[in-house]
Design a protein around this ligand. Structure first.
Ligand code: GLA
Length: 753
């Protein structure tokens, strides 16, 4: 509900509230963002200004803006904190309250920026500017989030150059820690936590994209907050380009947060009558710790960000040929893989890079769309028909924003590529980026991608983008707007196509892309243990339904880690399961284990993809949980094991204390060869630890790990379910969990009727 009385505005529902008021001099004083409160609480929150501080300045006879918690501000009139607005040669201060409007639902933008949709209410606050500009602040209230954005109108008779315009600004009071998520290719989402102090913290990308270097999402928490208690706020931006956020506390104890498009090299000429729209910022709040905040964010994304057709819709289990084949495949190899994928239980076959032009390595062909007839003599439609006969749907990889200099497209239109201002050719993965601010470039992409999709009756598209940009500022922003237009033109007409976005993995994991593609390839790092951490850290801000997570080969190509197949599957369950390695190399035991994995995942797919997610306490390992009304699934994972392991328990959450539940662990096959020379103690024949018998046993001999089943009350389970003992070399007991490095178990907890 949006309420307003005596110049106080309150957006509130049962989960959160946001309140501010108009001061007598037309400034917007921020009052509260947090737990539900009432309009009458305004005075309780309002700062008690007294006679103010000594070194102050401000418009004559008015409050000193430096000391007010504000909703908007600007340099030049006494507020020396971070300014959300800057104009070349003009004063950004002086925006004062003019009037407001409320709307049922969202207020659509007029540019191609995506925005949250669905059931909502919106408050529009109009600020007038002495010079004749007006700034419209939009606040939209959703069930578990508030979004904010700013639109600047040039009502003057002269052009204005905007050099900075944030999406939102707010000043909150209290002690906070901040967590940002940083990294690189195959090292996405590494958390960095720091105290919010008097020196500002900046979270920014200038790569042209939201980037794996600094994800736009971040969190603020009260010191001491944990997974289940304490106040935590989550912030994000519905944008895929250069972004910027700065968080800084003032001496007086006000923490200013701004977020929006990066101002680096930004100059946007705004002519009379024109407006400039900023991307939407997202804020969620929970007093139930990081877990509560994550669940609020997950619900918001699942219900208001991802395309409507794919909201809570089960995603297919896919096979992708990339890590198994790279550029080296032909139709018969693909069909051999497809037959095996089908037998395992996969539903979708994705043909990745290398199917077009002279694309036999990453050095050539990008930008061209003619099918490589040496690899696919029957074209896309021929392959699709054969896949369909096998009972598989067809997915296809594209990288439409890139172009290799060695391509027909570049030879014909070198001017379509973006070049560094310096004139130096700056290549990334041997490619340049196309200038999507150009209409002819956008038309070329829309026509060609649409043709291939329609020709191949494609039901899934992987939309990749594999380099950083050389463009900054307005050019970079225009390319992002161009990309959104292209995505809308292609997929708006084809909502049944499942789009998975990718950018060398998680280089563009953001809410802007999620408005078009309900899922993102989380990382090119497919080492299960590494990706457990990437998925875990993504889970703070993004739901499991958005995380492409495939099982890949072991030893792994990036880490040489030999993670058990069971764990590789168990980790991918907590995301969107897929398989990505050469299936021709599978042994019969591995085939059976994967068939079991897929069967299990299919049975519980909806809860894995859309259930409530929790990060659990796990004194001995790492543990996460998904649940719906009837089913709770707990994953327990280990990295390096120690000798003489102690007793171990899992701690599921969210069960009803008095109800009775059955617990069952997933049946898992073991690789017998991992026991090496120990086998000689249980086999009747003499074997060498590295000999053929042991190796063959690993491939052919079915050896089940212990399972555990019991029934107990919710109260008992939540206070810790005692697990079967772990292997420690003192003997063999079939009831023991044969743990070793990187082992894991999955526990299925069901309410007994
Ligand atoms: C990127 C993607 C990979 C794969 C390759 C193909 O690296 O992240 O998954 O599609 O491109 O070139």
């Amino acid at each position: 509900m949006i309420l307003s009385e005596n110049n106080v505005f309150l957006l509130e529902n049962e989960n959160l509230s946001y309140m501010f008021r108009v001061t007598e001099h037309g400034n917007l004083e921020h009052l509260h963002f947090g737990a539900p409160v009432q309009l009458g609480d305004a005075d309780a929150f309002s700062v008690k200004y007294g006679t103010g501080w000594g070194s102050n300045s401000g418009p004559e006879g008015e409050e000193f803006p430096m000391y007010l918690p504000l909703e908007w501000s600007g340099l030049g009139a006494g507020d020396y904190r971070e300014s959300p607005t800057e104009f070349a040669g003009e004063d950004p201060a002086g925006f004062k309250f003019s009037h407001y409007k409320t709307y049922d639902g969202i207020v659509p933008m007029s540019c191609s920026l995506p925005q949250a949709k669905g059931e909502a209410e919106t408050l529009e606050i109009v600020l007038g500017y002495i010079g004749g500009m007006s700034l419209h602040l939009f606040y939209t209230l959703f069930e578990t989030a508030i979004t904010r954005r700013a639109v600047l109108y040039n009502n003057t008779d002269r052009p204005v150059t905007v050099t900075k315009l944030m999406s939102y600004m707010l000043d909150i009071q209290g002690e906070y820690e901040i967590t940002t998520f940083n990294g690189s290719w195959i090292a996405e989402m590494r958390p960095y936590r720091a105290q919010v102090g008097l020196s500002g913290i900046v979270n920014e990308s200038t790569t042209g994209f939201s980037s794996a270097m600094h994800n736009p999402g971040f969190m603020l928490n009260q010191p001491g907050a944990n997974e289940t208690s304490g106040e935590v706020m989550g912030f994000n931006l519905v944008y895929s380009g250069n972004h910027y956020a700065r968080i800084q506390k003032s001496h007086e104890g006000l923490t200013r947060i701004v977020q929006g498009i990066s101002p680096v090299d930004f100059e946007w000429e705004l002519n009379p009558t024109e407006s400039f729209e900023t991307p939407e910022g997202v804020m969620v709040y929970s007093d139930k710790g990081f877990g509560g905040m994550s669940r609020a964010m997950h619900k918001f994304i699942n219900e208001h960000i991802v395309p409507k057709t794919w909201q809570y819709k089960d995603r297919p289990i896919l096979y992708n040929d990339w890590e198994g084949c790279m550029f080296n495949f032909n139709e018969s190899k693909l069909l051999s893989l497809a037959k095996k994928a089908k037998k395992l239980g996969c539903e979708l076959f994705v043909l990745d890079d290398g199917w077009f032009g002279e694309r036999n390595s990453d050095k050539a062909g990008l930008g061209d769309y003619d099918v490589n007839k040496k690899k696919l003599p029957n074209g896309l439609s021929g392959l699709q028909r054969k896949l369909s006969d096998l009972g598989l749907s067809f997915g296809l990889w594209f990288e439409p924003e890139g172009v290799n200099p060695d391509s027909n497209l570049y030879r014909a239109h070198p001017d379509w590529a973006l070049h560094a201002n310096s004139g130096v050719t700056v290549l990334g993965r041997n490619e340049l980026l196309l200038d999507l601010s150009k209409k002819e470039v956008r038309d070329y992409i829309v026509e060609n991608v649409s043709r291939c999709i329609d020709d191949g009756k494609v039901s899934y598209v992987k939309w990749d983008m594999n380099r950083h940009s050389t463009a900054l500022g307005a050019t970079a922003h225009k390319c992002v707007l161009g990309l959104y237009e292209v995505l809308d033109r292609i997929f708006g007409e084809r909502p049944e196509i499942l789009l998975e976005s990718c950018s060398s993995g998680g280089n563009r994991f953001d809410l802007g892309m999620l408005c078009f593609s309900p899922q993102v390839w989380s990382s090119d790092n497919t080492d299960a243990i590494e990706r457990y951490h990437i998925q875990y850290n993504l889970s703070y801000l993004y739901p499991l339904s958005t995380m492409g997570a495939h099982v890949s080969a072991a030893p792994h190509s990036q880490t040489l880690r030999d993670t058990p197949l069971t764990t590789r599957g168990n980790i991918s369950f907590f995301g969107l399961l897929g398989y990505e390695f050469d299936l021709d190399d599978l042994s019969s035991v591995e085939t059976e284990e994967i068939m079991n994995q897929i069967e299990f995942y299919k049975e519980h797919r909806h809860v894995f993809q859309f259930g409530e997610f929790r990060r659990l306490r796990a004194p001995e390992g790492m543990s996460i949980q998904v649940s719906d009304n009837r089913t709770t699934i707990v994953g327990l994972f280990h990295e390096l094991v120690h000798a003489a392991p102690g007793y171990e328990r899992i701690f599921p959450e969210g069960l009803e204390a008095r109800k009775t539940y059955s617990v069952e662990s997933r049946k898992q096959l073991l690789n017998a060869s991992k026991f090496g020379g120990l086998l000689k103690f249980i086999l009747p024949v003499k074997v060498k630890p590295d000999g053929i018998v042991v190796r063959t046993a690993g491939k052919k001999y079915r050896m089940w790990d212990a399972t555990q089943a019991c029934s107990a009350s919710g109260a008992a389970l939540m206070s810790g379910l005692s697990l079967n003992a772990r292997f420690m070399g003192t003997g063999y007991d079939p009831q023991m969990r044969m743990q070793g490095d990187f082992s894991s178990n999955i526990y299925l907890i069901k309410e007994e009727s």
